[in-house]
Design a protein around this ligand. Structure first.
Ligand code: AKG
Ligand code: FE2
Length: 305
């Protein structure tokens, strides 16, 4: 099956060997000290890093990644594709197994007809690109995903209607289970997969696919006791989790996203974040004397309805 077909069928795609594992280990040490010098926040945007140009050139806007994404997703049916903010680094988000953190990223958009018309269209494309700086272990470190649930949320057929009701019921059921028995039933009912990317692989996942940050095991949760929600401020270096994300999609995906975000209170903050990213990326290309790839240039202009 070709990559695009696989993505459409399953709601995600793992692109192998995009980055060199040694380079990512270096990036990881840089991040550990960057975050430390900023008092270990939960999340930083790429423009908030001292070494931000390094992160743009070697990670988020790396030519190799861009070429791979472009080769797979630049397809007639999607039209133009955009590489989109926010370009973020999440640190130590360790969902507890006792909490229910399953979600689809586009869930807020289903409230609006404008968005539904786009989300349910054949050519809808909106995804997150995830780069993880550790393997998926007992500490989590990557994501769990329900293969194919993107189709349940992306079609108007009677079959998908039934599948949606069934999945919602299962979600409700597992959300009420006690943490100790949850592990077994959850796997059986939801039939999810814990992704296990190698260092250097990249995942692209559909905004309509059910997923969650892979939870930390009960044992390790007890060990790391200083919790603030799902966040742990202090960890040993080798237990520290970094997940890097940006968004990626076509015009219909982008329109649906902003129709919802524009109406939220957080919308203004996010507009500013996109504006800052835009300036930052423009400056990066100016200083490196490279031409801005078209997909990146047009991407950053768009944050209106
Ligand atoms: O990396 C994680 O822990 C999950 C993050 C996630 O689901 C999201 O940012 O939408
Ligand atoms: Fe998510």
């Amino acid at each position: 099956m070709d990559d695009l077909k696989f993505y459409k069928k399953n709601g995600f795609l793992i692109i192998k060997n995009v980055f060199n594992a040694n380079d990512l280990n270096i990036i990881r040490s840089i991040l550990i000290s960057e975050f430390k010098s900023q008092k270990n926040p939960k999340i930083l945007d790429v423009y908030q890093l001292k070494n931000s140009n390094k992160f743009l050139s070697e990670v988020f806007l790396s030519e190799k990644l861009y070429q791979k994404l472009y080769n797979i997703f630049h397809h007639r049916e999607f039209g133009k594709i955009f590489i989109l903010p926010p370009f973020t680094i999440m640190r130590n988000f360790f969902p507890k197994h006792s909490s229910h953190t399953w979600h689809i990223d586009a869930s807020g958009e289903f409230r609006y007809k404008y968005c539904k018309d786009r989300i349910l269209a054949k050519d809808y494309f909106f995804a997150k690109v995830g780069i993880y700086l550790q393997k998926n272990s007992e500490y989590g470190g990557q994501i769990d995903i329900i293969r194919g649930s993107n189709r349940t949320y992306g079609q108007r057929t009677f079959k998908s209607f039934l599948a949606k009701i069934s999945l919602k019921m299962k979600m409700k059921f597992v959300s009420k289970l006690n943490a100790n028995i949850k592990k077994f039933f959850e796997k059986k009912f939801l039939n999810y997969e814990k992704l296990n990317l190698n260092l250097g692989d990249v995942v692209v996942f559909d905004s309509r696919v059910y997923h969650r940050g892979s939870p930390i095991s009960l044992d390790k949760e007890k060990k790391l006791s200083e919790y603030d929600g799902h966040y742990i401020k202090e960890t040993e270096n080798d237990e520290t989790k970094f997940a890097l994300y940006f968004q990626f999609g076509n015009l219909h995906g982008l329109q649906s996203y902003w129709y919802d975000r524009g109406k939220r209170l957080s919308g203004t903050g996010e507009r500013e974040q996109w504006e800052k990213t835009k300036n930052h990326i423009n400056n990066y290309y100016l200083s490196s004397n490279k031409d801005i790839p078209n997909e990146i240039k047009i991407s950053l202009e768009y944050y209106k309805n």
